[in-house]
Every structure is written in C-alpha cells, then in structure tokens.
Design a protein. Structure first.
Length: 763
C-alpha cells in the first residue's frame, strides 16, 4: 500500500505521524522498551498534545531481534502466529545517550534525545536501519482507517527474495506485494501461499508477525527501502541475522516452526485420477496395472474430488455407485505396494449430509446474525468448517479417522484460501482479517495431526495448496492450477523457488499442467514437465479433464517417464539424506542457485534452474526445440545422464545446448559422493544396502557423507581420501553387495567394496 505522493509529500487522504526521537528507554526484564514521540521534545510544553510510538525490543532466539511498534493499546482478538522463544542470552544497555539490545552477533541501537534512528548491526557492520520518518502511524481521513508502517533501508546492490509463492520476477525489488491468500492460479499477482517473510542478499531476513494482510513495497514507493504496513494500531516484526541465507532460514524456522520430514514413500511418483475425468474402481485399477505393465514404478495413487458424489463436497464418504467396496479397493491397491491419497477441502456443500449435522452443532463459520455463512462458489450452498472451535476440529478429524482406518494413507488438502472476512463471526471471536490467511494453518494442522495420530508421526504427510507462516511444519505443498504451456511451466518453477526460500522444505506441482482448456498438453510439453516434475522433491501427475498416464501421449512419453522415475528412485539414498538435513536446518531440498553460490553475482536472479540438494544441478527445458540455456558456476560438473564433463571457468559460464526429448542438463558438482540404487522399485527401501557409490571428480583431501535411513535416522557413512593419484574409500554401516564408481574426468572406473573399503591407484 502506498501512502506518499512522490518523495516529499503524502497523499491527500493520509495523515502520517512518525517518531522523531527516542525520548526515553527502559529495561523491562529481557525487553528494551523505548518511548518515541512524534516530535523532538525540547521543552515541557512539547510534552502536551503529542502522540508517540512505544517500541518494544526483545530476542526470542539468538541472532533474532523482535520489534513491536504500538500506537494505541488496542485489544488483539487473534489469531496470532506461534513464536518459539528459546530464551537466549541478551545484553541490554541504557546509557545517557544510547539504548541497545544485543543477541549473539546482532545488535539494535537507538540514540536517545536525538534524531530518531534505529540501527541493526551484525559484527559491527550495518545491515539495515529505520531512519527518521520511516516508521509511521497513518490515518486515512476518508475511510477512517488506521495503519502502521515501517521502512527498512536497503544497500545499493541488495536484492530481496521470498514473500511466499510469487510467479513474477524472482527478485522482488520494484514490486508491490500484498500477503493475502487467493485462488488465482499460477500466472497472476495473486498467490495461494503468502508468507510475510523476506530474505535479503545482505545476510538477514525480516518476518512480519502479522497474520492479516501485510502490504510490502519492495524498493517501489521508496526505491531505497523495503516498506511494510498493515491496518491497525501495532506492527510486530523480527530481524533475523544469518550471515548466510541458509542460516537465516534455519533461524526463521526455529522461530515459526520446524520443517517436518515427510515419509520416504511420498518422494515416489503419485498418479491422480485427474479432476473431471470419469473414474471408477475399474478405471483406477486399469491405470495402476497399466503403470506396472509399462514397468513404471508407482508409489501413491490419488483420488480427486469425484471419489465423492457431485454437489456434496465434502461429504467425506465414497460414491458407492462408482466405488461399491472402497475397503476392498484400497486393499487391492495396497497389495500392489501403493499408498492411497484422497482429495478433500474444508468446505461443506448444503446438499452434503454433513451440512445439517455441522450446522446443528455450530461447527460452521457464521454471519454476525448467527446464520451459517454460505455462498455458491465452488459448491452450492458452501459452508466453512470453523477450526477455531475445538469441537468442530475434532468432529472433522473423526470423519477423517474413519477414512484412515479403512486404508487411506494421506489427504490432498485443497483450497483454504477463499475464507470470508465480511459479516463473519468465528467461534472464538477471532478477527476475520487475521483469520483469513491463518485459516489454512488450522486446517492443514488438523488434517496432518490426525494422520500422525492414526498412522504415526513419521508417516504423516498432506498435499496442500494454501499456506501461511508456520505451514512448513505440515508438508507437502504443491503449486496450484497451472496452464498447458511452457510459460506456465517456467512460472511454476519461479513460484516454487520463491515459496521455498520463504521457509519451506518440500514442494510439488502438477506434472503436465492442470488447466487443459480446449487442449491437452502436447507430448513434448508432457515429457519436459515430467523431467522437471520427477526432479522435484515430490512428483505428481494430475490434470483437469485429461488422464495423465504417459501412454495417452506417445511411446516416447512412456520411456521418458520410466527413465526419470527410475532415476529419482535410484537417487533416494542421496535425496532422503539431504531432505532429513534440510528439514532439521530449515532449508529447501530444491533450492535457488544463490542459496549454494551466494558469492557468484551471476546467480542472484536465476530462477530457471536450481540445485536439487547441495550437489545436483537441474536445468529444465522450457521449449519444444530442446534448447537449454543454463549457467554453471566455476568448477567441474559431470552429467548424471551421460557422464559428459563440463569444465566451467572460475568466473562461471553460460552454455547453450540442444537436448533430445529424453534428456536435459542434470549435472553433479565436483567432489561429490553420490549414493544410488538402480534396482529400486519404490521410494522407500534400505538406503545403505546393495548400493552403488559414485565419486565425482574427487579433489585432494578428505570428503565424507552420511546415509539417512528411510525412517530419517543416520545409519551409515562414507569417507573418501585423495592424495594425488591414490583414492581410498572407507565406509561404516554400508552393507550387501556394493560397488564404487570413480568418475575421473570422463572415465568411469569401477571397484568392488570389500570389507567396507576400496582403493583406487591411478598411477
């Protein structure tokens, strides 16, 4: 939201009052409280008829400083994001001319009775600051609305990332962004997943702790600052210091909720019925058996909306005309080694038998007059489950438990964005503006928790579309409704990378696109999106009105799918180990290049390729000619598909190549130990048994890696030492028949692992 008319003037409808000095500061326990009036106080008369902002500073986590700006002491009806407090050691100083709070390497300081300035420094270097007239208590005279604003300074070459799932330019500089969850597809300024957190290239992040709409002006209204504002009388935010982006993300997830590790099987291929296609028990088994016939491994089968009767979503009951024996069908699917996911949303249509029950018990969101809040969007007479009511939450979970008890393994938690705010009354009195985005957290948490209760915590996973801050604790999320063209494929990746650097670990998207319109995806688009999808953390075929099985396209699509499913399954010892560490440390499995190569200026705005874990680079192809335009940071890179070696100069290199429809740039970083099992037929198996250990362009010295089991526990380790032409491999916990492959330039040298050791003598 913009409040000014150019640099010097305010817009006519706004009155803006800003702290002009820090007049007084006091230590209150582990807080520093600063009183900041709206003009310099030079005499006693200046203390009259004068407003002020109270600034409360604290530190819930080392290297994180919280800032709360308050004008009037108004009541907050909630909901509020959960903030974890680890009670770090803080140093608070209040002296004659300066007040400060220090946590770890991060310090905030304000001069007293001087021009207002709030400086954030780390290791004595300025990272950002709020200068005089940056903060604002703002009143809209026309609409009688109040807002709070902060503006934090930016450095000359500073770049801003994140703010959730955003489909426009990856670097947010110059953009105006409102964090307001909407069902707007993947090609507009709207987003399903709005996260009021941004990551700076300067080694810090800002989390605005406000669940309602927050408006960000990123080097836009004031081109030298990031501005954020929200309606009300207070504004809370946190400055999070790294200094690396990975450390910022780690502390952000410590603050707002750790990333939970999804079960290993969820990393395999998911096949959907698609949305409006016809399907029954016969159709489902036909597709599952068709995948087996074509030797394409499958881990999860997903039933979309029409597992229930039309006009009754969500009745949470099987359509017995199409599925007369759901328990028997689920048993048949499980016997084939495949998990089951079913679609749901948090809305209940008036025709559903559940509607009357929920209405009578008061489990639906109401209007101010006590009527159920309904509309006809999506389903006729939709009502919304009120998750602020503990009884409604348990009622909903009990319905899901019955599905879990008969064999459903997980749920696709669709929707959760279009939550009403006008003429609304929530059970617990929550402010509708704050509840709008927060609703998705309550919804997905309720579903995730009942899966964890029934199946066990390590088996819990959802497939969610909407998100807010804290939703990273309830994976996995997918990208939403994309279109059938290459631009939408690129936009999907851009939105995903933006989302993932907003504190999330795992992400998926609809392989081949969702919205068909009058056309289904072309075979070439289907194949290119398959490669991209199976080189993503989670992989699902899904669409609107066309089945997504590969033999519906062409034989090459079958071969392409088979190749990349098998590739992903073979990489699970590497991927799941990376995933376990990423979850622990708050980092994404798919990561933009700057997260790994922050010192390389060529990658700062690169969002058409990514690192798949720390060691593999993936550059999807976004055209039907097979043209790849990709960037390699300095060093040796080896193709995972054909062992071709690229020697990139220290300064990095852009390359243009043509790839056939079965190939793309998938490159392994030098000095990498990559553990694979090419015999894998599912995503979950013993990752330390009967594996191949690939050593890529090993440098002099020592390099090591661990192997995490499919239960998320460290079970094995590999250590490689190189001294010139001698390379020694030592392992602990690796078992079975194991082979070691040395990738030396473009040669591949095999050795058997005997008694957990292998020795290469290249002389």
């Amino acid at each position: 939201m913009k409040f000014t008319n150019g640099y010097w003037m305010n817009r006519e409808e706004y009155q803006i009052d800003s702290p002009m000095e820090a007049y007084d500061a006091q230590k209150e326990g582990n807080n520093l409280k600063v009183f900041a009036p709206f003009k310099r106080v030079l005499s006693r008369g200046d203390q009259l008829n004068l407003g002020a902002t109270t600034i409360t500073l604290n530190s819930p986590i080392e290297n994180v400083i919280g800032v709360k700006l308050e004008h009037f002491d108004s009541e907050d009806h909630g909901p509020s994001f959960k903030i974890n407090n680890l009670n770090p050691k803080v140093d608070i100083q209040v002296k004659d001319k300066m007040a400060s709070l220090e946590s770890g390497d991060l310090k905030v300081s304000l001069p007293l009775k001087d021009d207002f300035l709030m400086k954030f420094t780390a290791d004595s270097h300025l990272i950002t600051e709020s200068v005089q007239k940056a903060q604002g208590v703002i009143y809209n005279r026309d609409k009688k609305q109040s807002f709070m604003r902060e503006q934090l300074s930016m450095d000359i070459e500073e770049k801003i990332y994140g703010l959730g799932e955003r489909f426009g330019n990856f670097v947010k500089n110059g953009q105006s962004i409102d964090t307001w969850n909407q069902d707007g597809g993947t090609g507009s300024e709207q987003a399903y997943k709005n996260i009021p957190f941004y990551l700076s290239s300067k080694g810090y992040g800002i989390f605005v702790d406000e669940p309602q709409r927050v408006s960000f002006e990123v080097a836009s209204e004031n081109v030298d600052r990031v501005q954020f504002s929200t309606e009300g009388q207070s504004l809370q935010y946190y400055v999070i210091y790294g200094p690396t982006p990975k450390e910022v993300l780690h502390r952000y997830t410590q603050l707002t909720g750790k990333i939970n590790l999804p079960p290993a099987w969820s990393f395999g291929l998911w096949l959907s019925t698609s949305f409006t296609t016809d399907y029954s028990e016969k159709t489902v088994l036909k597709f599952i058996d068709g995948m087996k016939k074509h030797n394409i491994p499958l881990d999860v089968f997903h039933f979309d909306c029409f597992w229930q009767k039309g006009f009754e979503w969500c009745t949470l009951a099987w359509d017995k005309e199409q599925f007369p024996d759901p328990e028997g069908l689920l048993r048949k699917i499980h016997e084939r080694g495949i998990k089951v996911c079913v679609w749901l949303n948090p809305y209940i249509a008036q025709k559903s038998p559940l509607f009357k029950e929920a209405k009578e018990k008061g489990y639906l969101i109401k209007r101010q007059n006590g009527d159920v809040w309904q509309w006809d969007l999506w389903q006729a007479g939709n009502g919304f489950v009120d998750f602020t009511n503990p009884a409604a939450k348990k009622w909903y979970q009990d319905k899901l438990k019955k599905l879990l008890d008969i064999g459903v393994d997980c749920f696709k938690t669709d929707f959760g964005e279009r939550i009403p705010v006008d003429d609304v009354k929530f059970y617990d009195g929550s402010n509708p503006q704050q509840e709008h985005n927060y609703y998705t957290l309550q919804y997905n948490q309720a579903v995730y928790d009942i899966i964890a209760e029934v199946k066990g915590k390590k088996e819990a996973v959802v497939f969610a579309r909407s998100a807010t801050a804290g939703s990273q604790s309830y994976p996995v999320h997918w990208g939403g409704d994309c279109l059938s063209n290459y631009n939408s494929m690129r936009d999907t990746l851009r939105g995903g990378l933006s989302f993932l650097v907003s504190g999330f670990g795992f992400w998926s998207h609809d392989i081949g696109e969702f919205e068909d319109g009058d056309d289904r995806p072309t075979p070439d688009l289907y194949k290119r999106w398959t490669q991209f999808g199976l080189l993503s953390s989670h992989s699902r075929y899904h669409g609107s009105n066309v089945y997504r099985v590969p033999w519906n396209f062409d034989q090459e699509a079958v071969e392409n799918t088979k190749r990349y499913v098998n590739l992903k399954l073979s990489l699970m010892p590497y991927l799941y180990t990376q995933a376990a560490y990423d979850a622990k440390f708050g980092n994404p499995l798919m990561r933009p290049m700057f997260l790994e190569f922050g010192d390389d200026p060529n990658v700062s705005d690169l969002a058409t390729q990514y690192m798949f874990g720390s060691q593999i680079l993936v550059a999807p192809i976004f055209n039907d000619q097979g043209k790849a335009h990709f960037y390699l940071p300095g060093g040796k890179w080896t193709s995972l598909l054909n062992n071709k070696v690229y020697q990139s100069p220290k300064s990095g290199e852009w390359l243009n190549e043509i790839f056939d429809e079965l190939s793309l740039p998938v490159l392994v970083r030098e000095n990498t130990i990559l553990v694979r099992n090419e015999k894998a037929i599912h995503a979950e198996y013993d990752y330390a048994k009967d594996v191949d250990i690939h050593l890529y362009q090993i440098k002099n010295g020592t390099v090591s890696t661990n192997i995490v089991s499919s239960k998320g526990l460290e079970t094995a380790s590999i250590r490689v030492q190189r001294d010139g032409q001698q390379i020694k491999v030592s392992t602990i916990g690796v078992k079975g028949k194991v082979k070691v492959y040395l990738h030396e330039n473009e040669k591949i040298i095999p050795k058997d692992l005997i008694d957990n050791q292998a020795l290469f003598n290249l002389e």
